[in-house]
Design a protein around this ligand. Structure first.
Ligand SMILES: [Zn+2]
Length: 262
């Protein structure tokens, strides 16, 4: 047995079904999200099971192997049953295993349309106009600087994406799940929110910091302003289950009341 597999067995395997009795008391519908992570919750991959399967952020090749095992062992499903793959953003620690996953299933890959526009900007095909969001556009010019947008990973990874997601639309084939543009951590960041189960998949828009505090981490004063607006929008939602890209999931009411932006 490899060390990595041992980490998986000792890790935080959070089954939605295991908490269904509790969740039915506090939300109108049972939660749908399963967490696949390591014992330190350094990086998480999520599976939404609403009858069909959605994988959110495939993570590394190791995560993909864990995912395959998890589907088989806990959900009695196969990777071929995956209906959709969603990338909350294109940073490598969440997308490096995508090619491996695509060898195991034929699901389409979806990401924010902002990533496509960034790639087109990098290729000189168009001027980037961040029309992805309900957030005030006046904030963006300083944030979306050419330096920040010139990133070869965008150009490479957009070729793996089949479906471009727009702000406030339903997830294709999974209309209970809403796409929320949440720029700040990266221009193309998005969250997925289900108002019926009160679950939020935040990607790296929100991570969990010390003492289990939600944290929106900025890289500049401009991105901090964008993140503050993203937080303002997210605070309007009834979120009882928060699933971050890094750190353990949070359960409870008013989860973002004491969220930090720094
Ligand atoms: Zn990231």
């Amino acid at each position: 047995m490899s060390v990595l597999y041992f980490v998986y067995l000792e890790g935080d395997v959070d089954t939605a079904s295991a908490t269904t009795p509790h969740s039915t008391r506090t939300s109108p519908r049972p939660r749908q999200v399963h967490t696949i992570t390591d014992r330190f919750s350094l990086n998480s991959t999520y599976v939404v099971d609403d009858g069909h399967l959605v994988v959110v952020d495939p993570g590394s090749d190791l995560h993909v192997r864990q995912l395959e095992t998890y589907l088989h062992r806990f959900l009695y499903r196969r990777t071929q049953d995956i209906d959709l793959i969603v990338l909350t953003h294109l940073h490598p620690e969440h997308t490096a295993g995508l090619a491996s996953l695509l060898r195991l299933c034929h699901a389409p890959v979806a990401a924010s349309s902002a990533a496509l526009r960034i790639a087109q900007f990098n290729a000189g095909e168009r001027h980037f106009e961040p029309d992805i969001t309900h957030l005030a556009r006046s904030v963006f010019p300083a944030y979306f600087s050419p330096v920040m947008l010139t990133n070869s990973s965008y150009t490479q990874q957009v070729h793996l994406v089949d479906t471009w997601l727009e702000d406030k639309e339903g997830l294709p084939g999974h209309a209970d799940w809403r796409v929320l543009a949440s720029p700040g951590h990266s221009p193309e960041s998005l969250c997925l929110y289900n108002p019926f189960t009160t679950e939020l998949l935040s990607g790296d828009t929100i991570v969990i910091a010390e003492e289990r505090t939600p944290l929106l981490r900025s890289s500049s004063s401009a991105s901090r302003r964008v993140l503050e607006m993203t937080l303002h929008v997210l605070r309007t939602l009834d979120i009882r289950y928060l699933y971050p890209g890094h750190g353990r999931a949070l359960l409870g009411k008013n989860l973002l009341q004491h969220a930090l932006v720094r």
